[in-house]
Structure formats: structure tokens, C-alpha cells
Design a protein around this ligand. Structure first.
Ligand SMILES: Cc1cc2nc3c(=O)[nH]c(=O)nc-3n(C[C@H](O)[C@H](O)[C@H](O)COP(=O)(O)OP(=O)(O)OC[C@H]3O[C@@H](n4cnc5c(N)ncnc54)[C@H](O)[C@@H]3O)c2cc1C
Length: 408
């Protein structure tokens, strides 16, 4: 009998899983359910190049695959199809139109959504978030007609939008509640360098600034209030992180805690139900087995490939090395490994010259590398970490020694 794999969510994880299953000659039926109206697309450009280009080509370039891919691979892609309930005993999904969809194997690839703020004035017009293509279209259009933009949150997405808006000639203010930007993800050296670069471009970047209210004029946002002052704004973008789309799993009785809990094989607490990508939390071997929810293309794609192997009957576990990138104007950041639990860092190169890497150590073990405009060092950092190598810190700091030679 033909096996039927149903995937909920057609983002990076869901689409990669379809491709991986067919590449492994999976001959069963594949149904890919998406609650969005657009063909599945790349999310990273939404906060970068897409905001400056409103041509049809820009939209075309976003597509993960064209319609012919789904036709040729016999993937039944159903857009505008929200899954509203899951019965893990009967192995059926309930769709928003009331119909039922049975499965043999189910993969939840429901991703995450942008976190919104509940503050006085939050409902004013002109306060946006960015997660979907539809939201990016709105933001792109609103950017054109705005002059003073306040971005709440100095994380990757907020800073990418800030750099793009500044390039468009807008007055841009970033308000960050912590004492440094991207605090959870990069070293203090990298935060300091990127802060300086953004300020050199004319972005106002306020640290230790917590937003307490949005102020309006005729129903439209006009300013953002922090403890020290009010910041005029005709457009506000909240970049305050994301929340996992785990409600469907939770309502079905599947174990969740800041995301859907999965084991090293992406299996949830329900039989025949996997989960992958931004919606899952798992024990990460690169963070001393701490439970983490990673949000990156690498993570979604690698977990999809693993689940494809498991579905066709192979035995494997998730061991992929985490990596991530962020493009902020002229600054290209690339991170590999997880710096949680680092005891100290070693800087290689000159931050003043804008090309350097920070190597994070936990005692004498190399655990992560953040690279700024140093793509080659990022690649070599990946190789060192993948090989479990921890070169002597003095050798790492010495730019007279080729990093490559430390791999020998
Ligand atoms: C603006 C932006 C910039 C980014 N830049 C980078 C970057 O530079 N580098 C990087 O590595 N990562 C970046 N990311 C993160 C990256 O896009 C995510 O890690 C990745 O999209 C995760 O893929 P996913 O398949 O888990 O989830 P998603 O891509 O979020 O896809 C999940 C899909 O499931 C759908 N869905 C949810 N619930 C249901 C339901 N009940 N029924 C039907 N469908 C449902 C959602 O609508 C969505 O379409 C960025 C993200 C954003 C938003």
C-alpha cells in the first residue's frame, strides 16, 4: 500500500523535506500543506534586498522552487490550507474548511511567527512586524512613504531592516533593551563593531532603551516612548524575536516547551509524528545538551534531510553543526557553533579594519566562531569545529599563521 507523508508548513523545512524524500527515491504520496497564499519562498531576503526592489523579478527570485518542481516531484502542494486540528490516534488532520486529511507519517514544519508587543498604543496603525512575504510587501510599500523609522529590537532582523532603510535614505532609530545588540547570538566584540558601523552610517542606535508605549496621532503611530524620551516615528517595526507555531501540536497532546519537543531523530511524543525547523526544541550536543530552539535555514534544511532518511528506513540522528549568517549593509556576519557557556574569546584580525573573527572557547575547547567580513575564516572555523579540533589560542590569535595550517 502507498505510504502517505503529510507535511504541515511549506517553509524551508517543508520544501527541503519534499526534495530530500524524492532524492532518496521515496515512492509514496507527499502532501504539503501551507496556510500562505504564495508559492513557498526564501525568507532571508525579506529583510534585505527584497525591501529595495519592487519588480516582479524580485518576487520570482524569492521562490524556493517553481510550480513545475511540485508537479514533477508529485508533491500535492495545497496553498491557503490551514491545518486546524490534529488527531494522533486516528492519524488525521482537520483542515480549516472542515475536511479531514489522513496520514501515515506526519511532519510538523510550522515554523515561527514574529512576536508582537502588548503595550499602550500597540494597536495604532503603522506598527509592523516581519515574518512573511505578505508582511514584507506591506513593509516595502510603507517604507517608500515614510521618513522617520523606529525599529524596536537590535537583533538580526531589526538590524537588517535598519541597514536597508538607511540605504533608502530614511532616518532610522533602533531601540534595544539590552546593553548591546545581538546579545544572545554574538560576542561583545562583534556587537561593538556592528554598533559602530551602523552609527557611522547615520543610524541612531540606543542601547538600554525599553519601549513603554506607542503614541499616536489620528489613529496612526507618531512616536515611541522610552524612559528617557519620545522618538518621532511615522513607521515602527517591531523586531522582538519570534514565537514557535506549536499550538497545533500542543492541542493534540504532544509535549511542548518553547516549541515542539523532539528527540535526536526529530520524533515528537506522538507516534509517527516528526517536527523540524523553527518550531522545535531539542537537546543540542553543541550546547552541552541544553534544550534549544534554533532559527536558521541550516537547521530547517538539515533536520528535513534527516527526517527524509528516517522515513525511508535509515537510522540516523541529528548531529549537524549549527551555522547562521546575517547581512547588515556592508557588514557580513557568519556564525558557526554555539557560544553558550563560553568562558573566554580570542580575536583574530583587527576589528578596526573591519575584517576579523572571534573564536569562543569553553575552557580549552573551541565551541564557536563569529566572523565579520571573513568568509574564508568562517569556512575554516566550520572545518575546525566539525573535526572537533581546538587549536592553541595563541596560534589562533597570530594572523601570521595560516588558519588552514591548523587543520593539518
Ligand atoms: C525576515 C527574515 C530574515 C531571515 N534571515 C535569515 C538569515 O539571514 N539566515 C538564516 O539562516 N535564517 C534567516 N531567517 C530565519 C529562517 O528564515 C528560518 O529559520 C526558516 O524560515 C525556518 O524554516 P521553517 O521551515 O522551520 O519555518 P518557516 O519558514 O517559518 O515555514 C513555516 C510555514 O508553516 C506555515 N504554517 C504554520 N502553521 C500552519 C498550519 N497550522 N497550517 C498550515 N501551515 C502552517 C507558516 O505559515 C509558514 O509558511 C530569517 C527569517 C526572517 C523572517
Amino acid at each position: 500500500m502507498t505510504r502517505h507523508v503529510v507535511i504541515v508548513g511549506a517553509g524551508h523545512g517543508g520544501v527541503s523535506l519534499c526534495a530530500a524524500l524524492r532524492a532518496l527515491d521515496f515512492a509514496g504520496a507527499i502532501t504539503l500543506l501551507s496556510d500562505e497564499a504564495d508559492l513557498p519562498y526564501h525568507r532571508p531576503p525579506l529583510s534585505k534586498a527584497f525591501l529595495t526592489n519592487d519588480t516582479p523579478e524580485a518576487e520570482n527570485k524569492l521562490l524556493l522552487e517553481s510550480q513545475s518542481f511540485y508537479d514533477e516531484k508529485c508533491v500535492d502542494l495545497r496553498l491557503n490550507t490551514r491545518v486546524s486540528a490534529l488527531d494522533t490516534k486516528a492519524r488525521t488532520l482537520q483542515l480549516a474548511d472542515g475536511s479531514l486529511a489522513p496520514y501515515d507519517e506526519l511532519v510538523l514544519a510550522t515554523g515561527a511567527r514574529a512576536r508582537t508587543l502588548t503595550l499602550p498604543g500597540s494597536a495604532l496603525e503603522g506598527i509592523l512586524v516581519l515574518r512573511t512575504l505578505e508582511q514584507a510587501r506591506t513593509l516595502r510599500q510603507r517604507l517608500t512613504g515614510s521618513s522617520s523609522i523606529v525599529i524596536v529590537g537590535g537583533g538580526f532582523i531589526g538590524l537588517e531592516i535598519a541597514a536597508t532603510a538607511r540605504k533608502l535614505g530614511k532616518q532610522v532609530t533602533v531601540l534595544e533593551t539590552a546593553s548591546r545588540i545581538m546579545e544572545r547570538s554574538v560576542s561583545p566584540e562583534v556587537s561593538a563593531y556592528v554598533t559602530r558601523k551602523h552609527r557611522e552610517q547615520g543610524i541612531i542606535l540606543e542601547l538600554d532603551s525599553t519601549v513603554s508605549a506607542f503614541l499616536g496621532d489620528n489613529g496612526k503611530v507618531a512616536a515611541v516612548r522610552t524612559a528617557t524620551r519620545e522618538w518621532p516615528a511615522d513607521l515602527v517595526i517591531v523586531g522582538a524575536g519570534s514565537l514557535p507555531n506549536s499550538e497545533l501540536a500542543q492541542a493534540a497532546g504532544i509535549a511542548c516547551s518553547n516549541g515542539i519537543l523532539v528527540d535526536a531523530q526529530m520524533r515528537t511524543s506522538a507516534p509517527n509524528v516528526f517536527a523540524i525547523g523553527d518550531c522545535v526544541t531539542f537537546e543540542n550536543r553543541y550546547a552541552d545538551n541544553a534544550r534549544l530552539r534554533l532559527e536558521s535555514i541550516q537547521n530547517a534544511n538539515d533536520q528535513a534531510r534527516l527526517v527524509a532518511r528516517l522515513i525511508i528506513g535509515e537510522d540516523a540522528s541529528y548531529e549537524a553543526l549549527p551555522w547562521f549568517w546575517s547581512d547588515q549593509g556592508e557588514v557580513k556576519l557568519q556564525m558557526v557553533g554555539l557560544s553558550i557557556g563560553r568562558t573566554h574569546c580570542v580575536t583574530r584580525g583587527e576589528p578596526e579594519l573591519g575584517r576579523f573573527s572571534v573564536f569562543h572557547y569553553r575552557d580549552s575547547t573551541l565551541i564557536a566562531v563569529d566572523s565579520v567580513n571573513q568568509p574564508l575564516e568562517h569556512i575554516l572555523g566550520r572545518k575546525l569545529l566539525a573535526a572537533g579540533m581546538s587549536p592553541d589560542q595563541a596560534l589562533i590569535a597570530d594572523t601570521g599563521i595560516a588558519l588552514k595550517s591548523l587543520l593539518d
